[in-house]
Design a protein around this ligand. Structure first.
Ligand SMILES: NC(=O)c1ccc[n+]([C@@H]2O[C@H](COP(=O)([O-])OP(=O)(O)OC[C@H]3O[C@@H](n4cnc5c(N)ncnc54)[C@H](OP(=O)(O)O)[C@@H]3O)[C@@H](O)[C@H]2O)c1
Length: 338
């Protein structure tokens, strides 16, 4: 019996509905549920997206330990300082001005030492390094947390695109300047981001570090976060003491002042949905606190973490040759500042 054209159309439309709902459920589960921290399971570490910085340090006595945190006056840095100090650690808290660092140290529990460090100013960074050396302490971890994101138009400092300079070059100068202070089992924790995957097509545009040949706010941010990851990767291979380590982390997506440069409508919308789709600041600080302080990670080196568990970074993020080239190039940049 011949089938009517209408029956064929009905079959086609129910088939496309099925296909639609199949792909829809995949997209929903990957991109929406995946962002719901409370619905994610813990990983092999026993922690997950909803774990807070306090929870990863429950029962820790860090009273013999010293940590250095950049960007201490806001968001994830402030929470990191608070939790480490709460567990008894001495925390060297770095902010762009001494006043900002003091405002934090005065309100925190325990021993928080305020230090000025403006990461776009090599002179300020060098002064901060001297200040830390003067304190004559071994650093159990350096947490390179400060950062800026997606500046709407090209801004430069010292001839370089500002996100590249602040997020990467400034931290390169600070961390390499403090290696002599790093404890024998000391850890370097670089705040990268999943946004490292949004970098320029070439990974790092070595011929356009000033941004003058073309600038994209998000790609430039992605490039700077890829640089954070690659810096950790290369540093991990040349740390002076065998027990030291360098790792990079993605903290998750958290509504902090980092969004200050985004379209105001997007910022408002983000803040509205953040209780459901984003991590809280307490959850956002967990991965860096975990990687900096958890005993289970002793000797773990050259890795990338997200949600307090090891993750695979992008192809560029795992490119050791690119990491070595970036290291050499950045070394040249900081040497030029004398
Ligand atoms: N929030 C997220 O969703 C997210 C996602 C992935 C990665 N991250 C990374 O996490 C880190 C912390 O971000 P956050 O969310 O906590 O942002 P935040 O609240 O904006 O904190 C950023 C910190 O960096 C400091 N900073 C900015 N420019 C500086 C400079 N030139 N010199 C020294 N310090 C400077 C800021 O100081 P001022 O307040 O004085 O400007 C502030 O203390 C960043 O590296 C960011 O890339 C965040």
């Amino acid at each position: 019996m011949a089938r009517s054209p209408t029956a064929g159309l009905i079959q086609l439309s129910s088939c496309s509905r099925m296909l639609y709902s199949f792909f829809h459920s995949i997209v929903i589960s990957k991109y929406v549920m995946g962002f719901l921290p409370s619905m994610q399971r813990s990983g092999p570490s026993g922690y997950g997206a909803s774990t807070t910085a306090e929870q990863v340090t429950v029962g820790f006595d860090l009273s013999a330990r010293t940590y250095l945190v950049t960007g201490c006056n806001s968001g994830l840095g402030k929470e990191t300082v608070r939790v480490l100090a709460l567990r008894g650690a001495r925390v060297l808290a770095l902010a762009r001005t001494l006043e900002k660092a003091k405002q934090v140290s005065e309100r925190m529990p325990g021993n928080v030492v305020p230090i000025c460090c403006e990461l776009s100013e090599p002179r300020s960074i060098r002064a901060a390094i001297q200040e830390v050396k003067r304190l004559n302490v071994d650093l159990d971890a350096v947490i390179a947390n400060a950062g800026i994101m997606a500046l709407p138009t090209l801004e430069q400092k010292n001839g370089y695109e500002l996100q590249f300079f602040v997020n990467h070059v400034g931290h390169f100068l600070l961390v390499t300047g403090l290696l002599e202070q790093l404890a024998a089992d000391g850890r370097v924790v670089m705040l990268a981001s999943a946004a490292h995957e949004m970098t320029y097509r070439e990974g790092v545009q070595f011929d356009n570090l000033s941004g003058e040949k073309g600038y994209s706010p998000w790609k430039a941010y992605g490039q700077s976060k890829l640089c954070n990851l690659l810096f950790a990767r290369h540093l991990a291979t040349c740390l002076p003491v065998a027990g030291q380590s360098a790792n990079a982390v993605h903290p998750g997506v958290i509504a902090t002042s980092l969004m200050r440069n985004m379209n105001p409508l997007i910022t408002v919308a983000s803040r509205l949905v953040s209780p459901i789709f984003m991590k809280t600041v307490a959850q956002g600080a967990a991965t860096q606190v975990f990687v900096a302080s958890h005993p289970s990670l002793a000797g773990v080196n050259e890795k990338y973490f997200s949600d307090c568990n090891e993750k695979k970074s992008s192809r560029y993020g795992r490119d050791s040759a690119l990491a070595a080239t970036l290291w050499e190039k950045t070394h040249g940049i900081i040497e030029a500042f004398g």
